[in-house]
Design a protein around this ligand. Structure first.
Ligand SMILES: *Cc1c(COP(=O)(O)O)cnc(C)c1O
Length: 398
């Protein structure tokens, strides 16, 4: 089908939650490149919103999926699943968690984490500990509880009354946070780098204080690693960059390399809050999704992709900071590893995005001033250098 026909079909039959999309439809991908219906080639600096960590059509992921499709896709969790057990082991061996539960998306993983925090205290005979504190401008997903957790009015307004028990405070303001902590506080939930609101890392000192507060007051720390996890920030999990260990953390986006999967990961005593019947899922962690997760870990190990994310992220940021010196339009470059935000002085994000699209680059934007770059972790210097050159040209002609 050509692009116009697809757009017409979408307009007629698909619910209009995404508004006017970028008028492009990709039909195939290879490595860091994607191709559209008209055969145009693009370099992918968005990776399906930080999902395609291995790029497109990666041989290890493809092989694992083909193999699994030929055997078995789904069985339900009423039976034991080899890939599910193995992927849980992989995550545990590489993280601060002792136990894992698989869901199908980020929001669903966060739902699981919120339920786990609540049931943990319920089982300890402290049902009054049910409140969850989250941060302003956070993003935790689109289910009703996650919308209540998300500290952004625009996602909440039409859905009131919201799930009760969520309190929002400004990020990096420890006084504001400690002021709302009571004997009812069950957990503090945060992204270490707020992704959807513009790639904003939390301050180290603030995070350290939150960790200490959680220990003192018997509060669980839930870190939403859905976007920052799986090598994105130059460490397998972003909490490593901060030198902390969460009680619960959640994964999704890159975990399946494009196949939908989410995970709730927790320390043993907290995970024990879930007993038979307390939580469940039909699809979560099925043989196909967990085959994808195992393939992602295999590719990470064989191709040293977390190390590459760290090295290329550092290089990319250095080049962007150098660009900032000569281009006054760039106000700030921030982020960690290959999760990079560029804040512009004026509302030119959309113009830059479209100019880049024209030159064959896919990037993300947040609001009208922030560019978001979350390329596949397989990226190399040559591609970064070319991007910097093209970006420089665009900034000069603004
Ligand atoms: C993307 C994202 C989510 C939601 O994930 P879905 O798979 O869209 O439900 C939650 N939290 C963070 C930090 C995210 O980036």
């Amino acid at each position: 089908m050509n692009l116009q026909a697809i757009m017409d079909l979408d307009e007629r039959y698909y619910m209009n939650t995404f508004g006017k999309r970028t008028p492009v439809c990709f039909t195939k991908g290879k490595g860091i490149y994607v191709y559209d219906t008209e055969g145009k080639k693009y370099v992918d600096f968005l990776a399906g919103i930080a999902v395609n960590a291995l790029g497109h059509s990666h041989k290890i992921l493809k092989k694992a999926l083909h193999k699994q499709v030929n055997k078995l896709i789904h069985t339900s969790s009423l039976y034991y699943i080899e890939n599910q057990a193995k992927l849980a082991e992989k995550i545990v061996h590489n993280s601060a968690a002792d136990k894992v539960f698989f869901a199908n998306s980020g929001a669903e993983a966060n739902e699981g984490a919120i339920k786990l925090a609540k049931i943990y205290f319920y089982k300890k005979n402290q049902p009054e500990k049910h409140e969850i504190i989250t941060l302003d401008n956070s993003f935790h997903g689109r289910t009703l509880a996650c919308v209540a957790a998300t500290g952004q009015e625009k996602y909440q307004k039409p859905y009131k009354p919201l799930t009760p028990g969520f309190i929002h405070v400004p990020a990096n303001d420890f006084e504001a946070l400690s002021a709302v902590v009571t004997e009812n506080t069950a957990a503090i939930m945060m992204e270490l780098i707020q992704g959807e609101s513009g790639v904003r890392p939390l301050e180290q000192d603030y995070v350290d204080k939150v960790v200490t507060l959680c220990k003192e007051k018997d509060i669980l720390l839930i870190v939403d690693e859905i976007q920052t996890g799986m090598g994105r920030t130059g460490a397998l999990f972003c909490y490593e960059n901060y030198g902390i260990t969460p009680d619960i953390f959640t994964l999704a986006k890159a975990l399946g390399g494009g196949v939908p999967i989410g995970a709730v990961c927790a320390k043993a005593d907290i995970a024990a809050g879930f007993e038979p019947g307390d939580h469940g899922t039909t699809f979560g962690g099925n043989p196909l999704a967990t085959a994808a997760g195992l393939a992602v870990f295999q590719a990470f190990e064989e191709e040293k992709l977390v190390e590459n994310s760290r090295a290329m992220g550092k290089y990319f940021k250095e080049q962007l900071v150098a660009l900032q010196v000569e281009c006054k339009e760039i106000q700030q470059v921030r982020g960690m590893g290959l999760m990079i935000g560029i804040e512009c002085r004026s509302p030119v994000a959309k113009v830059i995005q479209l100019s880049l699209l024209d030159k064959g680059y896919v990037i993300g934007t947040v609001g009208d001033r922030i560019l978001r770059l979350v390329p596949p972790l397989i990226i190399d210097k040559k591609i970064i250098n070319q991007f910097i050159k093209d970006m420089q040209q665009i900034l000069q002609t603004l």
